[in-house]
Write a protein that binds this ligand. Sequence first.
Ligand code: GRF
Length: 199
Amino acid sequence: MSNVSGKKIKLGVLGSGKGSNFVAIAEAAQAGEIPVDIVQVLTDVPDAGIIERAKFFGIPAQYVSPAPFKNKLDGEAEQQYIQILKNAGAEWIALAGFMRIVKKNFLDAFPNHVINIHPSLLPLFPGLNSWKQAIDYGVKITGVTVHFVDSGIDTGKIIAQKAVPVMENDTPETLHQRIQVEEHILYPAVLKILAEKEL
Ligand code: GRF
């Protein structure tokens, strides 16, 4: 256990994809390397890999329909997400590949406690497919950012960054793979710092 009291922060994770960042956090938590207890996983994609992966760790996970909205979490769906996370006791929220904009009501429910991981050195290349944006632009260095979430798109206060070189023969896929290796180190490391600060 990494803190003397044995206390842990309670974390909710939101994802839309395969959930490799979730796994990195869950493994670090399970190994006692970070004082984090993942209490709930939610997804907006019915067959997202993150659900199976959460179940493997014995963590409650469910799909909650984001309808009727296409790329934001709003209205009744937003209320449902908040309710489920609160009922699970979540105090911190980590967005891990959640492909939707979270809005004011959600952020107000967990003030200054919602963080995100983004596959570029923000403020460069916000939005989608940042690894492809980096290659298309021709930058030689890109990276990973963990930041607080605000109501903009990838605009919140930066907590930590890690650089990743772009190789001559990189494709979007190979670059994303290398970025993800760093994501899986950075996200648990940031959670450790935030948790220890809070506890
Ligand atoms: C990551 O590259 C993350 O930076 C971005 O979405 C991807 C999610 O990957 N926001 P995974 O589902 O955690 O594997």
